[in-house]
Structures are given as C-alpha cells and as structure tokens.
Design a protein. Structure first.
Length: 291
C-alpha cells in the first residue's frame, strides 16, 4: 500500500505574514496544499501568489466567524453584528444552524459567495474545509456538500482524527503510540469533531478522499517530533495533516490564539531533516487535486 499525505496550511489570505509563510513552506518545505479565506484582507494577494505556484493545491477555507462577509445578499445580515462583521461563535452558530432556517439560508449564500470569489479570481479550488471546523456541523455539512457539487469541487475535508494518542492498538487508531501529547483542550476539541465527522460520513461520504486527518488535537503544536510521528506511526492510506504556518507580521493576537506558534510550524515544515525524512519514507506527498 502506497501511503499518501496531504500537508495543508489553513488561513491562507489571513494576513501578509501567513501568505509569506505558505509560499515558503511550499517552495522550501513539504507543504503541498493550502486553503484561502476569501473574506480576509490579504486574500487578493494570496490569489496572486498562488498563481505563481502551479504545484500548490489551493482550496477554500470557509469562514463564518471572522471578518466581514463576501456576499452582498441581504439575507446574510442574519449572521452579522451592527458593525457588519460575523457575530456568532462557532458553538452558537452550530446551534442556530439547527433551529433557524433563515440562518441556514444565510450560511448557504455566504459560503457560495466565498467559493465564487475564489473562482472569479482565477483559481479552481481543489477542495473545501473551514475555519474553526464549521463545515463539520451536522446542519451545515449538507449545505457544503451541495455547494461542492454545484461548483464541481471534488473533495471536502473529513475532520476525523483517530485517537492518535492512545497506546492501545485498535482498528480505530492510526498509531500504536509515540505521539507528542496534545493539550487537554486539543484532546477535547478533537473528540467533539470526531463525533461530528462520523455523522458527516453517514450523511454523505462521497466527497471524502482521506481516511484520517491529523493536527486537530495538536493545533498550535505541529513541530518536528509531530511530523516524524506522522510518518512512523500513521498507517492509513491517505491522510491530511492540518498546519498553520505564519510570520507574526499582520497577525492580530485578539483574533487568533496562534501567533508565535505559527513560526514554529513554518520552521518544522521547512526543516532539512524533516524534508529528508519524508523523502526517505514510503510516502507520497500530494494535494487534494491529485487524489
């Protein structure tokens, strides 16, 4: 069995520092894929840079919790505060998306506008994922599937992260131990998203191209040891590793908890030892457009 790994950088377009880091991680490191936040200030520059990197897979990082909307449809006002910015936390949005049809309609309109913006600016998205994993919410996931189908986008991130920190081998685990320990918050977050991912799989598995994702429990802790573990202990056929590389310039600490950690992840992705490690392993580095 040939193992394939997608190494994706979330938050492309967030700011100049993230854009620069994505370019460096791809041209000097092992990054194969990224997803763009269409409504962020540096998104247009991210598009320009991506067009110069034909080997970089670029998807859409659907966003309903930060910044202002792309859509001009009046129905999207249901998602906004008085400043015209997204109003709801992911938790509240997940609840409202279940009980409020107007919220679901607004979500569909805004996410469609974000995808259309990327296409109108000359990129063909390889896949869809989302900021704060909002696409995995059971009431929002069917909306995203419908959009993927209508826009001809073949893949959606399946955020199923097996219990990779377990030391008891089982068919549900990608490893038998040896992973760097995640924080307690990361462990809980991965557990909640794992449940939603299973629900998503029952709803519609047609867009899932991987058997596992890594990096949810370890968000902000993707380092050299983690990347080595992803080679040594990960035994599934196709895996996505979620990363957040970045330089500090342009980052707002009040809006992202990942600041200094982004440079650490960039350094790990570009580390010479890691590049050789992946080269020597029986692993093929790909993006979603190649599977």
């Amino acid at each position: 069995m040939e193992r394939k790994i997608i190494i994706n950088a979330d938050d492309y377009g967030l700011c100049d520092g993230v854009n620069q880091a994505v370019v460096q991680a791809h041209t000097q490191g092992i990054l194969t894929s990224t997803t763009i936040m269409a409504n962020m200030p540096a998104a247009r520059r991210a598009i320009e840079l991506a067009k110069q990197l034909p080997t970089l897979g670029v998807g859409v990082h659907l966003n309903l919790s930060e910044g202002k909307p792309v859509s001009k449809d009046a129905c999207v006002d249901y998602l906004l505060n008085t400043n015209g910015e997204f109003a709801y936390s992911p938790t509240k949005l997940s609840i409202l998306s279940v009980i409020n049809r107007k919220i679901r309609n607004a979500i569909a309109a805004e996410l469609a506008a974000q995808i259309q913006w990327v296409i109108d600016n000359g990129l063909k998205p390889t896949h869809l994922d989302s900021h704060k994993h909002i696409h995995s919410f059971p009431a929002i996931f069917p909306v995203v599937c419908g959009l993927a189908k209508s826009f001809g986008i073949p893949a959606i991130r399946w955020p199923f992260e097996p219990k990779e920190v377990s030391h008891k081998p089982s068919p549900a685990n990608v490893s038998v131990g040896g992973w760097p320990p995640p924080g307690e918050g990361g462990r809980k977050r991965a557990g909640i998203i794992r449940v939603m991912a299973k629900i998503n799989q029952r709803q519609n598995p047609a867009f899932f191209k991987t058997q596992a994702v890594l990096g949810i429990a370890h968000t902000g802790k993707i380092d050299i040891d983690f990347l080595k573990a992803a080679i040594i202990h990960n035994r599934v056929e196709t895996t996505e590793i979620i990363t957040h590389p970045g330089f500090i310039n342009g980052l707002d600490p009040t809006k992202t908890r990942l600041v200094q950690q982004r440079k650490m992840e960039l350094d790990a992705l570009c580390d010479k030892e890691i590049r050789q490690y992946f080269k020597d392993a029986a692993v093929k580095l790909v993006h979603y457009g190649q599977i």
